[in-house]
Design a protein around this ligand. Sequence first.
Ligand code: SF4
Ligand code: SF4
Length: 250
Amino acid sequence: MRRVWHVPLPAAASPARREAITAALLARLRARLPAGDGAAPAPLLVVHRADWHLAQGLDGAVAAVARAAGGGVVAADLAPAVDPAVCGGCGLCVTFCEQGAVAHDGRVARVDPDRCRACGDCATECYLRALRFPDASGAELRRRLSAAAAAAAGRLAGRLGIVLMVGDPADAPAGREAPRSRHRRPALPPLGLLAGHDPAAVDAALADLLRREGWRRPAARVPGAAPPAPWPDDPGGWEIVTLPPETFPG
Ligand code: SF4
Ligand code: SF4
């Protein structure tokens, strides 16, 4: 049975308190990792703020682990291209790209595929629909993220620790503030922290908690675009163990 720990955090918890509990959860996960023998892969510990992206869907443990394990490789060749005949040169896409992947020559925008993470913010923002994705539905990106996360989990079996922060982005601990993207609204409800060793189980637990909260998925914002990613498949064989915040120091 794969275990997912859930620490509900009171809305009034200070950033320092959240940081202390996150660190304690990571220490708890680390304590379960086997000692390295030099030949074994190094542990991978991932801390991520889960949210809902209006183009990509749930951005949880699978996406975080895939990115941490595979860097930008998962998005290689999936960057959008600007149609110069349509682009009006407004620069909105430059403003909203958190990766600094869009440049502007004063007339049209251009995407640097080496920096792009295929998040979809620019395409969602462009009122002229001048940005086109080779993977318009996002299905290929999600397939690659899942494959990269599964490979990392297998390669790091017993050496992977994940802590997801789920709640109001404004409450994120220092250094992990909300991105400025408008496409990550509405934020997920303040569920607190989720921790575990298996990214698929952590995301399934997150989806389960969201369902229990009655949270509804918002629709995609781009007219004609595919709906955001579905809830993660339930991999089965996992349980949520609730740890009250008072059991942590700080
Ligand atoms: S938002 Fe659209 S129209 Fe504006 S610069 Fe970017 S691609 Fe061109
Ligand atoms: S898809 Fe995302 S990362 Fe890529 S250029 Fe657009 S905003 Fe930047």
